[in-house]
Design a protein around this ligand. Structure first.
Ligand code: ADP
Ligand code: ADP
Ligand code: MG
Length: 497
């Protein structure tokens, strides 16, 4: 049985894993780079080991250093979180070889999932529908052009090793394809050290709908419902919700059976996510398996009542799933907003630096997973995700209003962030009606509407927000009694009704 877990990650996900370990009485070991001396995960873990310089290659991707920390700490298991080494089969293998319990799928299964082509081939065999495209890797531009003309433009060029929205390009004609082939090859080599490209039909007005899956070492498999992640920028998720407004119980069960078949097809163990695109005509197409804990797992926890990190640890311990499919019931509605340190108006460019002040929202049905504390720093070296703000409600509307209230309460000073954008999105009729698609931002002119909202001072940003926020923190810090009448609070969504 696992007694001590080293978490080979940082930020909110390292803290998330530590919390469950504490609740289970499992000892925790943090690792940290030069950049993370003062990070919360280092302070919260039972032990912490330094693993190198700020650049991920030197630290959080440095397998040798991490293995040294595992040996020095006597940890018997590793939780990889998401990103970094979580889907690196060499690292999973290294753990297997050293008799360290890697909390995730086997290296062999991960290899299958990590290669979009091999995985699609396995799904084809298991009769799980995939997006139409090249039957295999295309060897060179000529073959890509042939395939594209066969399936018809627009198409996507995808690196089979891609992830996190990288190594994907949309092309509309032969000319664009020639250019994009070079770009994707370059991007893939830069990010993943190698390149192999497939061509896929580009599905328009699609929804990204994914399923949480769980499979134990005895072959028992369940799905823990769907999550809709259609609100994206640059093929990366911004807002997720469950249940999906496009999935009724019949569809949930039908696609759920495909998900179980998908997990079996790659002999998956532990928790994973099967991602699908839902075309405008209602058809579902498998796109990939994410062989790890997903960023947006908290919304599944909110509607299922499960602790998914505990479930991961139990499965890694060889325990059978404690429930059957029919025991799992969906309760209520949950939404997640990924609070990123980025400037919406600078094409989502990262915004980094010290955070002198922050107020974390709470309240009924509100959950905020974050590494932020007053005085911390948002590092330019790592992911822009600062916090995952989730709300739960008995109805979708309750969940949405709780989210708007929580977004109002969330106050971050020091970096530009995506809170204003989410207020605009959650207030649109299109969002309320569930008219979601992966091109939501473009399709409904969201950035222009955000600009309008800011102009009308319905949402405050930049200088104005800082001024209002300063007033707010002064208000709380001053010992004077508050006056009667309106508080010096920045405009909330309530004022806008
Ligand atoms: P999710 O489907 O949970 O949103 P993503 O594919 O967006 O997952 O990736 C989750 C996180 O891991 C993101 O922060 C992303 O930047 C990071 N990530 C994904 N793939 C890789 C990779 N191959 N190398 C490094 N980081 C990655
Ligand atoms: P990653 O590994 O980067 O997460 P995915 O294959 O999961 O890559 O695709 C990421 C996103 O790109 C999807 O959520 C969707 O928005 C878009 N996408 C991927 N494949 C297609 C497709 N065939 N047609 C339309 N959009 C797609
Ligand atoms: Mg994906």
């Amino acid at each position: 049985m696992i007694e001590k877990i080293l978490i080979s990650n940082r930020g909110e996900i390292a803290l998330r894993v530590i919390r469950t370990c504490n609740a289970l009485g499992i000892k925790t070991v943090a690792v940290y780079s030069d950049e993370d001396y003062n990070s919360l995960h280092v302070k919260q873990a039972d032990e912490a080991y330094y693993i190198g310089k700020a650049a991920p290659k030197e630290s959080y991707l440095n397998q040798e250093k991490i293995m040294e920390a595992i040996v020095a700490s006597g940890a018997d298991a590793v939780h990889p979180g998401y990103g970094f080494l979580s889907e690196n089969s060499d690292f999973a293998k290294l753990c297997e070889d050293n008799k360290i319990n890697f909390i995730g799928p086997s290296a062999a299964s991960m290899d299958l999932c990590g290669d979009k082509m091999l995985c699609k081939a396995a799904m084809f065999k298991a009769k799980v529908p995939t997006v139409p495209g090249s039957p295999g890797i295309v060897n060179g531009v000529e073959e890509a052009l042939d395939t594209a003309n066969q399936i018809g433009y627009p198409v996507l060029l995808k690196s089979v090793y891609g992830g996190g929205g990288r190594g994907i390009r949309l092309v509309n004609n032969d000319n664009e394809l020639q250019q994009a082939f070079e770009t994707v090859t370059g991007e893939s080599i830069a990010a993943f050290g190698k390149s192999a490209i497939i061509v896929e039909k580009f599905l328009e007005k699609t929804r990204h709908i994914e399923y949480q899956m769980a499979r134990d070492k005895h072959g028992n498999t369940v799905h823990i419902f769907e999550r809709e992640c259609s609100i994206q920028r640059r093929n990366q998720k911004l807002i997720e919700q469950t249940p999906s407004p496009a999935v009724d119980q019949k569809t949930r069960d039908r696609i759920g059976e495909l998900v179980i078949r998908a997990a079996e097809a790659v002999d998956y163990t532990n928790l994973g996510t099967a991602e699908f695109l839902r075309a405008d005509n209602g058809e579902f197409y498998f796109i990939e398996i994410n062989a790890r804990l997903q960023v947006e797992h908290p919304i599944t926890e909110l509607v299922s009542g499960l602790d998914l990190v505990k479930l991961q640890i139990d499965i890694a311990n060889g325990q059978p799933l404690p429930f059957k499919q029919k025991d799992l019931k969906m309760n209520g509605y949950a939404i997640e907003c990924r609070i990123n340190a980025e400037d919406t108006f600078l094409d989502f460019a990262p915004s980094t630096g010290p955070i002198p002040d922050v107020t974390i929202p709470s309240g009924p049905g509100v959950r905020c997973d974050t590494y932020l504390y007053p005085g911390c720093t948002v590092s330019p070296f790592y992911d822009s995700l600062m916090a995952k703000l989730c709300t739960w409600g008995q109805t979708f509307e309750e969940s949405r209003l709780r989210m708007l209230t929580a977004l109002d309460d969330f106050y971050i000073r020091g970096v530009e962030n995506s809170i204003p954008l989410y207020k605009t999105i959650l207030n649109t009729e299109e969002y309320k009606k569930g008219q979601l698609s992966t091109d939501f931002l473009k399709r409904f002119g969201i950035i222009d509407r955000l600009t309008q909202d800011i102009k009308n001072e319905r949402i405050l940003k930049g200088e104005v927000a800082v001024a209002a926020a300063l007033m707010y923190s002064e208000y709380y810090k001053s010992k004077a009694k508050p006056s009667t009448g309106p508080n010096p609070r920045w405009k909330s969504h309530m004022d806008r009704r």
